[in-house]
Design a protein around this ligand. Sequence first.
Ligand code: P53
Length: 476
Amino acid sequence: MSILKKEFLWGGAVAAHQIEGGWQADGKGMSVADVMTAGSNHVPRRMTDGIVEEENYPNHQAIDFYVRYKEDIKLFAELGLKCFRTSIAWTRIFPNGDELEPNEAGLKFYDQLFDECLKYGIEPVITLSHFEMPYHLVKQYGGWRNRKMIDFFVRFAEVCFSRYKDKVKYWMTFNEINNQTNYQEDIAPFTNSGLKFTEGEEREKIMYQAAHYELVASAKAVEIGHAINPSFEIGCMIAMVPIYPYSCRPSDILAATVAMQRRYWFTDVHCKGAYPSYIKSYLDRKHFDLDITSEDEAQLEKGTVDYIGFSYYMSFAVKDHEKGPSYDYDEAHDLVNNPYVESSEWGWQIDPDGLRYAMNWFNDRYELPLFIVENGYGAVDVPSKDGKIHDEYRIAYLRQHIEAMKEAIVYDGIELMGYTPWGFIDLVSAGTGEMKKRYGFIYVDKDDNGNGTLNRSKKDSFYWFQKVIASNGENL
Ligand code: P53
């Protein structure tokens, strides 16, 4: 007997821009992902203004899923997936983002994709906005700093909900909406919200404004979605990276408490439909005079989410920096290494217990069902002499995290809908644009320069995860 319920959604997660390619196929418009160059572990990706000829844009081809989706989904079925989390590329449906009518060819692609999943009994789990908003909206309107985005997004959401109402039950509005807490660096504000800053602009204030419009747009979408199909389950999606106090020094504990508030207040708005007191007082103290209307506040209340989808890869730690009682958390500078955990080659601190901690943190506050929609280990895979990938390091990572997740269910009584490991088929890294930061159980033959046959093959983790699903999580 498994400790997991029999409907537990074992799956795999990806995002459209990281797998599809076909960046101009069938009328697709240019997205923010299409203007991001390839970076590497220590070289950040750059955002060009449109396409520059000699640059390498890894998302243009990605892993060619747009062409190969039928063969790929057949492999997903062989793996035993109960669900498949992907996103709908906004630019396939509204190429520029501000059109009134959708692009039929784009809608048709997702009809075919979902039909193909359903044919094998694989439930689609769909993110509406996953780091791929139309670039035109950035150029023309300044991205989510502009209130007009709300209507553009809601129109996109409504078209998707109506078109796929009988094919898709599980939705999420904005992927990792809280990543932009890292507003000091360029990448998260751009991928989350299409924000580009000029010298001297108050980045933090702009981030709060953009996030507010997104939260209102999300709430509107949730309300409309429920009207279109009352059995929809619509969630938020939070990048959960718990921030621990570095020590038991009381001021370290307080620093971590404030840091957690600054990184996770988004969840309060999504789940409770209102801003928490600590953010209201922070915005006042900073004199951020934001455009938040009473209609917005009423809307937030009407569009609370059904579940909390979240990603979990790692944890952070923070020390009190003698900043005094206000302790203004600064994500780009305040984090310190945790001496008790190991790191991946990309510096991500591996911490399975942190997953159980995170699940409890959410459950204590919101008492909503949880859905782990990303978890995984990005690593370089080197084929052995037999030509195969023996990725026992990836299996070890996932096994430990699944164990932690089961502990949270058994010992803490937490309601968990499912578990979809990230990048279960190798894909383009969001953070670095690399292929070699691989998460997959399915290997894709392509390197960072875009060379390779794009052939798919099974790693050891494929056979392992197949057994995990078949035993409903008992056989780890
Ligand atoms: P990559 C930062 C921190 C946590 C999750 O990331 C993050 C990021 C952004 O890099 O993103 C999520 O590819 C995201 C996926 C992404 C995945 O984690 O940088 O939802 O799109 O690919 C892994 O290794």
